[in-house]
Design a protein around this ligand. Structure first.
Ligand SMILES: [Zn+2]
Length: 228
């Protein structure tokens, strides 16, 4: 499987560990987890990524979910998959891209779903917000303590309604953040108007638990491969 390796926080080049440094490093961001982006897209690639994500990892950490809208939105395809981490750390973040028609005849749209442990910084990069965690922005978006009631979108994750909050992002996209299975969950949509999709009846399924054979794959997402 062809895989490119880059910085999860800025998309730049990373240096592998060497004699002097036990960690992967980015010249801009310092110590980071390497982001692996699958160069191709299809059932075999997805199966191989799922094996990677669910492989034995150090300690007793939760396996990071690989979220996918399932069933897929009408006319949508899976257009990319990526994970952050290495053999030493295990996989600590995943990203899955989907593409399809925007609602109301708005042309093509892209959605990126990111699951990550605190501190990775992959979700904030695609959301276009300061990282590595959404902290303060999320508190502001929640509007104080009874944030649960002020959720901007409610999607179903693992069968449970899960609140997401819209955070201030660049104008070309909509970004939502929430929490599922004790990890950050980001849903980012391009163009911004496609964020409307996430307010609809979206159900997220973890591909690590079951890879639907009916999953449809499309041309690689421009956002996962460098545009964002
Ligand atoms: Zn970087």
């Amino acid at each position: 499987m062809g895989v490119s390796v880059s910085c999860p926080r800025c998309g730049g080049a990373v240096r592998p560990p060497d004699m002097m440094h036990p960690d992967w490093r980015c010249d801009e961001c310092g110590v980071v987890l390497p982001l692996h982006i699958a160069g191709h897209n299809g059932p075999e690639v997805m199966q191989s990524v799922v094996s990677q994500v669910t492989a034995d990892t150090p300690g007793e950490r939760e396996i990071v979910p690989l979220w996918c809208t399932w069933p897929l939105l009408p006319g949508w395809t899976v257009t990319g998959v990526a994970w952050a981490g290495d053999d030493r750390t295990g996989v600590r973040a995943t990203a899955l891209a989907c593409s399809g028609p925007a609602p109301l005849g708005g042309g093509p749209a892209d959605v990126m779903l990111v699951a990550e442990e605190p501190g990775v910084g992959l979700g904030p990069r695609f959301a276009g917000i300061p990282g590595p965690d959404p902290g303060l922005l999320l508190v502001r978006a929640m509007g104080g303590r009874d944030g649960e009631h002020s959720a901007h979108a409610k999607i179903k994750v693992d069968g449970h309604p899960t609140p997401l909050w819209s955070v201030r992002s660049p104008e070309d996209r909509s970004a939502y953040v929430g929490e599922a299975r004790g990890m950050w969950l980001y849903a980012i949509a391009w163009p911004a108007s496609a964020g409307f999709l996430l307010a609809e009846d979206v159900v997220l399924h973890d591909l690590c638990e079951w890879l639907p054979p009916e999953l449809v794959y499309g041309a690689p997402s421009p956002y996962l491969h460098g545009k964002a």
